[in-house]
Ligand binder design. Structure first.
Ligand code: AMP
Ligand code: FES
Ligand code: ZN
Ligand code: ZN
Length: 323
């Protein structure tokens, strides 16, 4: 197989595009795709201040790498979830990446900020670790962006993530989630713009880029991920992709282009009134936001079970550290 650009021996095949590349031209192709996504959806605009949420895994480190290569000044944001050795290694990997490249990184430790780790939060609330974890991560991304003066939050979601989310939303006809799903969610007062510059690139393509760009990332998955529904959706889509290359891309892109606009215009306008949470001051639809509610509940249970002292009270202000 030969490189579609220079004719030298190819190292990576992109089957869904019927193209193959040598190492150098693969990196160019990949960064070019990211640039195209940024432009097509006007994800980053002049004067924006961008925070990249980095877990230490390949997607978010590749995200940070490509945005930096494209000339954007992007600060990294890592959340230490307190999931044993997995979180310790995630922080180490992220720090090493930032230090090697002289990039600015801010870190929030969930336990230091809120008093419990994610596994302790799960235990206290009796809910799966991933649900409290997802809520806390989303809260922190938006809140830290606000507090630290960033108006855009970039995440490393790739095509496999987005196609799997779409399949999950379609399987249950979750129309609210369906109309919100997309590579860019516009910001507003109190809410940072959310962008996913890697949304059109498959997990395999991201991994190939990480390898060829010499990025050292954390390979292990979160121990709580086993059995997650998203993995089943990915497996199903993966099997379809093997038989019919391009399935994931068509499934997602055609949804965004053809179906989402129709769905949006057909659904009743649900402009909900946004208020400020009475506990933390963040934007919410209720009196108290979902994050504060969850943590308040966790505190009550954790005190009963002796995990927290009787006089402990939940403080929603995150402790932000620059490293
Ligand atoms: P996940 O929900 O784990 O698939 O992660 C989706 C995206 O969320 C990643 O690509 C990151 O951009 C971000 N993310 C996940 N975990 C963390 C973390 N611990 N700290 C900062 N960002 C994260
Ligand atoms: Fe959140 Fe696994 S429970 S990353
Ligand atoms: Zn080439
Ligand atoms: Zn709140």
């Amino acid at each position: 197989m030969k490189c579609s650009v220079c004719g030298q021996r190819a190292q990576v095949e992109v089957r869904r595009r019927n193209q193959a590349f040598c190492a150098e031209h693969y990196r160019d192709w990949f960064v070019g795709e990211v640039r195209r996504n940024l432009r097509r959806h006007r994800m980053i605009r002049p004067g924006d201040r961008v925070l990249a949420a980095v877990s230490g895994g390949k997607d978010s480190l590749v995200l940070w790498d490509t945005l930096t290569r494209l000339g954007y000044e992007v600060t990294g944001f890592h959340i230490n979830l307190g999931i044993g050795d997995y979180s310790r290694r995630a922080l180490e990997t992220t720090r090493a990446f930032a230090a090697e490249r002289g990039l600015e990184l801010v870190v929030v430790d969930v336990r230091e900020s809120f008093g419990l780790t994610i596994p302790q939060l799960a235990w206290a609330t009796g809910r799966a670790a991933c649900s409290g974890c997802g809520l806390t991560k989303r809260y922190l991304m938006n809140r830290v962006a606000q507090d630290e003066g960033f108006n855009v939050v970039a995440t490393g979601h790739n095509l496999d993530d987005e196609a799997a989310t779409l399949l999950g939303n379609v399987s249950h006809w979750q129309t609210d989630a369906l109309v919100r799903q997309g590579p860019m969610l516009e910001g507003r007062e109190g809410l940072a713009r959310r962008v996913k510059p890697l949304y059109s690139l498959t997990e395999r393509e991201v991994a190939a880029y990480a390898f060829l760009a010499g990025i050292k990332y954390q390979h292990e998955e979160c121990p709580h991920a086993a059995g997650a529904k998203s993995l089943l959706y990915k497996e199903v889509l993966g099997r379809m992709e093997t038989r019919m290359p391009g399935t994931k891309q068509v499934f997602l892109e055609q949804y965004l282009k053809k179906i989402k606009p129709v769905l949006k215009s057909g659904l009743p306008e649900t402009e909900v009134e946004l208020k400020r949470c009475e506990r933390c001051g963040q934007i919410t639809t209720g009196r108290v936001c979902a994050h504060c509610k969850l943590w308040e509940r966790a505190y009550t249970r954790a005190k009963k079970r002796g995990l927290l002292p009787e006089d402990a009270s939940f403080d929603p202000r995150p402790v932000v550290k620059r490293v």
